[in-house]
Design a protein around this ligand. Structure first.
Ligand code: GUN
Ligand code: ZN
Length: 440
């Protein structure tokens, strides 16, 4: 048995804080021990009490830094690592001019493997230990994604996109091919180690009704697989979707009518929603995903978090790289804060950090495995330094509470604030503990 004891300040959430004074929603310890055995959290508490239970276990002292559950990104595109920061257009032009051409390169196995390494390096460097990712249409890209996730022992969700129209020819499958390859990928990767397969019709524009039928069959045959797609991101996208699916009551009905809405469905963006669509989200338990840096970058619109929450809809929050402009969930929470500010809505830093950890785990149905530092869950941990830059250190001189410190991290933090990351209990940055082959 491999055991280790981490020492530092510890913050973990038990439920979403109602407001900044909701101290029952979380545990915060000034000097904590986090005991890890074979990649599983064995216990946590005041350092002296944990040390008394495990006196001979090697200690890594992270004081004065903050130990939290690793960040979880609920919507990201693995083949877009070289698309991020592409200038000047809104969604449909951005897809046609930058994204689709780039994704054609993932037909190549070597390219897919190189990019998978780079992608996971970026996630880890930014403190993200789990994600729900879109691969390209090519089976090679999903194979590369899962083999790299497996090599690193990261809890990862992903799937090859199903897309059979309205894109370059070498980026299209067919309903049958998409079905067959998805079946093969599920049998090769789903529930193997920490992997989960996500059935991934890209969106209505690139999937014909015949392909939606196959996505429906896949969903019915694999109820434990997540489903992910895009919803109501951009006005032109919505208009084109309505033309392509004239019988649908609204955009969401394209997916609803094919049985694709359930509580393990993730719907990226969900910005311009009709009241009926919000009702349907509430009834089915499907989850919208807020992608603030992307929504601002593509000029897509403002996510109405308050309205969704008021209707009992639980949303994820995500980077959406490469329309998203940062891998950092800290930067994502920053931009999310601003988007809500523009609408007179608020996000307290305690709510923000809960959202990027336990909240996103809950949206994924994985709170029993990741997102908190609870005993028995997987030891994915991020160590955050709220004085990582001189500007942050200066501001921290005047911070008087945990909430203030978290807000400094949220507004000023990025990968520089990520001091260390543990994946399944293994330190990713410290040289002695790095898994073989990690490029940095
Ligand atoms: N809608 C369909 N595909 C995509 C994509 O790759 N990125 C974004 N932001 N929206 C999409
Ligand atoms: Zn997306």
């Amino acid at each position: 048995m491999t055991q280790k004891l981490l020492r530092g300040r510890l913050l973990t959430f038990h439920r979403a804080p109602q407001d900044g004074s909701d101290t029952q929603a979380y545990t915060y310890l000034e000097d904590a021990g986090l005991l890890i055995s074979d990649g599983i959290i064995q216990g946590s508490g005041p350092f002296d009490s944990i040390l008394a239970k495990a006196p001979d276990v090697p200690i890594t002292d992270h004081r004065p830094h903050l130990m939290m559950a690793g960040f979880i990104d609920t919507h990201i595109h693995f083949p877009q690592v070289q698309v991020i920061a592409s200038w000047g257009s809104q969604l449909l032009d951005w897809l046609n001019n930058y994204t689709f051409p780039e994704e054609t390169r993932f037909a190549c196995e070597d390219h897919s493997h190189r990019m998978a390494q780079a992608f996971f390096d970026q996630l880890v460097a930014h403190g993200t230990t789990s994600a729900a990712a879109y691969c390209s249409v090519h089976k090679t890209s999903a194979d590369a994604f899962f083999s790299e996730a497996t090599r690193r022992n990261m809890r990862m969700l992903g799937g090859k996109v199903l897309m059979d129209r309205n894109a370059p020819a070498d980026l299209l499958d067919t309903p049958q091919k998409g079905y067959d390859e998805t079946k093969a990928l599920i049998s090769e990767w789903h529930s193997k180690g920490r992997n989960g397969y996500v059935i991934t019709p890209r969106f209505g524009i690139t999937s014909s009704p015949e392909q939606m039928e196959t996505a429906m069959a896949l969903g019915a045959e694999h109820p434990d697989c997540h489903i992910q797609t895009h919803l109501s991101e951009n006005k032109d996208e919505i208009a084109f979707t309505r033309e392509l699916y004239p019988q649908a009551r609204d955009y969401l009905d394209v997916y609803q009518s094919y049985g694709l809405l359930r509580d393990n469905t993730l719907l990226g963006h969900a910005i311009h929603l009709e009241p009926r669509e919000v009702d349907a989200l509430a009834e089915t338990g499907a989850h919208p995903v807020f992608c603030p840096t992307s929504n601002l970058f593509l000029g897509s619109g403002l996510f109405d978090h308050r309205n969704l929450t008021a209707r009992g809809v639980q949303s994820g929050i995500a980077t959406d790289v490469g329309a998203g402009t940062s891998y950092s969930m800290l930067q994502t929470l920053k931009e999310g804060y601003k988007v809500l500010q523009l609408q007179g809505q608020s996000m307290h830093p305690l709510q923000a950090f809960d959202w990027a950890t336990r909240g996103n785990a809950n949206v994924l149905g994985l709170e029993d495995k990741i997102g908190t530092l609870a005993s028995g869950t997987e030891a994915d941990v991020v160590i955050l330094n709220s004085s990582a830059t001189s500007a942050m250190a200066l501001r921290m001189e005047r911070a008087e509470s945990l909430a203030e410190e978290l807000f400094v991290l949220q507004i000023m933090g990025d990968d520089r604030a990520v001091e260390e990351v543990y994946v399944s209990g293994v330190a990713q940055k410290a040289c002695q503990d790095r898994p073989a082959g990690v490029v940095r």
